[in-house]
Design a protein around this ligand. Structure first.
Ligand code: NI
Length: 141
C-alpha cells in the first residue's frame, strides 16, 4: 500500500476580467456571456488552494519547506494581483480569462516556479474559487 503526502496552501488575490470572444460579433458575445462582456470588466477576490505532492523529508519532516511554497505563491500571484487580466497578462489576450483558464495558467506558472527552486515535490492540484460558491479544480489525472 502506498500513501500520498499532500500539503495545501491557501492564498488570495484580487483581479478583474471580461469575457469576450473576438471571433464573434457583439450580439453573439452578449448572448453567451451576458453582462460579463462589459468592456469595463468586473472584479473578484479570488481564493486559491495549491496542493503539492511529495515525500516527507527525513531531515525536515516536510513535503515542501513552507518558506519555499509561500515565496513561490507570492512570486506568481504578484503577476495577477490588482490586474485587469485581459490586458495586463499577455496570455489572456489570446484566451478568455475564465476561472478555468486562470486555474490552468496558475498551474503552469506555479509548476515553473517549483521546477526553478529545485524541490523534490510536484504540483498536484490547483483549486481556484472565483466566488465562495464557485470553484475550478485543475490537476493531473
Ligand atoms: Ni467574473
Amino acid at each position: 500500500m502506498s500513501f500520498k503526502k499532500l500539503i495545501t496552501k491557501k492564498a488570495e488575490f484580487s483581479a478583474s476580467h471580461r469575457y469576450w470572444n473576438p471571433d464573434w460579433d457583439e450580439e453573439k458575445n452578449r448572448k453567451i456571456f451576458g453582462k460579463n462582456t462589459s468592456p469595463l470588466g468586473h472584479g473578484h477576490n479570488f481564493h486559491l488552494e495549491v496542493t503539492v505532492e511529495g515525500e516527507i523529508d527525513n531531515n525536515t519532516g516536510m513535503v515542501i519547506n513552507l518558506f519555499d511554497l509561500k515565496s513561490i505563491l507570492a512570486a506568481v500571484l504578484e503577476r495577477y494581483d490588482h490586474k485587469y487580466l485581459n490586458e495586463d497578462l499577455e496570455v489572456f489576450k489570446k484566451i478568455i480569462p475564465t476561472p478555468e483558464n486562470i486555474a490552468k495558467q496558475l498551474w503552469n506558472d506555479i509548476e515553473k516556479e517549483l521546477e526553478n527552486r529545485d524541490t523534490e515535490c510536484s504540483l498536484y492540484k490547483v483549486r481556484l474559487y472565483e466566488t465562495p460558491d464557485l470553484y475550478v479544480d485543475y490537476w493531473k489525472s
